[in-house]
Design a protein around this ligand. Sequence first.
Ligand SMILES: Nc1ncnc2c1ncn2[C@@H]1O[C@H](COP(=O)(O)OP(=O)(O)OP(=O)(O)O)[C@@H](O)[C@H]1O
Ligand SMILES: [Mg+2]
Length: 140
Amino acid sequence: MKMLYNRVANLGELDEVAAEIIDGFPRHRIFALSGEMGAGKTTLVQAMCRHLKVTDTVNSPTFSIVNEYITTENHYVYHFDLYRLRKPQELPDIGAEDYFYSGNYCFIEWPEMAEQYIPDEALVLRVTVSEDGKRIFTIN
Ligand SMILES: Nc1ncnc2c1ncn2[C@@H]1O[C@H](COP(=O)(O)OP(=O)(O)OP(=O)(O)O)[C@@H](O)[C@H]1O
Ligand SMILES: [Mg+2]
C-alpha cells in the first residue's frame, strides 16, 4: 500500500521534513503526532512551527493541555500534549473543539489519550525511531 508520506531524517533534516509536511498537505490544519516517549514529536512540532514562522518558544505544555503560539503573520498555532490527561473527557472540557475548528494549525501529541475526541480530518503522523537513531515519519 502506498503511503502519503514516508521519510527518514536526522535532527538536521527536520526543517525539510516540516516543510514537506506543511506544504505537502496544504488543506490540513490538524496534525496528530503519534509515537512513543522520546520519539521526536515535540522536536518535529518545533520544526513545523519554525516553518509557519512562529516567534514564540515552542515546548510541550507542562502546566496546561495546550500552548498557544503566534506567527509573524498574526496567525495562531495550537500545540496540544495530551499525555497528562487523566481522562479523555478533559479534552472537550477545556473547549478543544473551539481550537480544532478555528481553522488555525493544531498539533496534537499523544492523541491516543483522547482518541474519540480527535477530529476525523486530523492527519495522523507517526514518528518512530530507526535502528541508527534517525526518525521515521509516516502518514498513511
Ligand atoms: N529526527 C531526529 N533525529 C535524531 N534525534 C532526534 C530527532 N528528533 C528528535 N530527536 C531527539 O529525540 C529526543 C526526544 O525528542 P522529543 O522530546 O521531541 O520526543 P517526544 O516524542 O516529544 O517525547 P514525549 O513523548 O516525551 O513528548 C530529543 O533528545 C531530540 O533531540
Ligand atoms: Mg513531546
